[in-house]
Write a protein that binds this ligand. Structure first.
Ligand SMILES: Cc1cc2nc3c(=O)[nH]c(=O)nc-3n(C[C@H](O)[C@H](O)[C@H](O)COP(=O)(O)O)c2cc1C
Length: 216
């Protein structure tokens, strides 16, 4: 079986997506002889040739971090590069990995709906979406779950539904925790981190600008 694992993080090999794909690849290759190709989508100039590699693969995994509740632009650009080939994916299975900073699944669910639709638009088989909330807080146990999902994938060529549900069981924090967190975000100590980032980037004075607000 030929696998193509695409890393849609702008940080390439230095990000969390890369570590998650390492665990998945290890799981896939643990079962039997599998042909795995890894690619970083941050090399945008290589997208066209990568589409040809994708056409030559059977299982495609597109992994990306959640950026402002959506996908990074480089991931979207790669998906758009598939458009001229719609109709040529009937023998391909597309699986997705979405990992987010927030630990709750709910943040990734809208993009998951889009990915299900995308597989349909491409005319490909949908192999599931592995959502990893708190992707920057991975620990050995969570990496082991990803590893196991990879091993199951090489058996069935789709993500095991129970395994992917267990990867991030928390859908949403309970109401009380959400209330406490909302309060915490108002504390000066929480704001000071964001203010320091704004200052470091020379944007502090313009933090309340609304450039797209219609002017009377
Ligand atoms: C520009 C930017 C936007 C982000 N937006 C979100 C977001 O909307 N929701 C979320 O849960 N995490 C968000 N994050 C956190 C990332 O999803 C998280 O840190 C992820 O593990 C980064 O993966 P990477 O190191 O492979 O890029 C954002 C991070 C960045 C840099």
């Amino acid at each position: 079986m030929r696998y193509l694992l695409c890393n849609g993080s702008p940080k390439g090999n230095n990000g969390n997506t890369s570590m998650i794909l390492d665990a998945l690849a290890e799981g896939i290759s643990s079962v039997s002889d599998q042909h795995i190709i890894r690619a970083n989508l941050n090399r945008v100039q290589e997208h066209e040739s990568l589409v040809l590699t994708l056409l030559d693969s059977e299982v495609i995994i597109i992994a990306f971090p959640l950026y402002t509740d959506a996908m990074p632009g480089i991931t979207m650009a790669f998906i758009e590069a598939l458009r001229p080939h719609i109709g040529q994916f009937d023998k391909h299975t597309f699986c997705f990995v979405v990992q987010s900073g927030f630990p709750e699944r709910i943040h990734c669910e809208p993009v998951e709906k889009y990915l299900i639709r995308l597989a349909g638009i491409l005319g490909a088989k949908y192999g599931g979406t592995l959502i990893l909330g708190g992707g920057m807080m991975m620990n050995p146990k969570r990496f082991q779950i990803v590893n196991h999902i990879g091993a199951r994938l090489s058996d069935t060529q789709v993500f095991d539904e129970t395994c992917i549900k267990n990867a991030t069981p928390l859908i949403r924090f309970p109401v009380v925790s959400r209330g406490l967190m909302t309060l915490a975000t108002k504390l000066p100590v929480t704001q000071s981190y964001w203010d320091s980032q704004l200052k470091a980037n020379g944007a502090y004075e313009r933090r309340f600008d609304c450039p797209y607000e219609p002017k009377d």
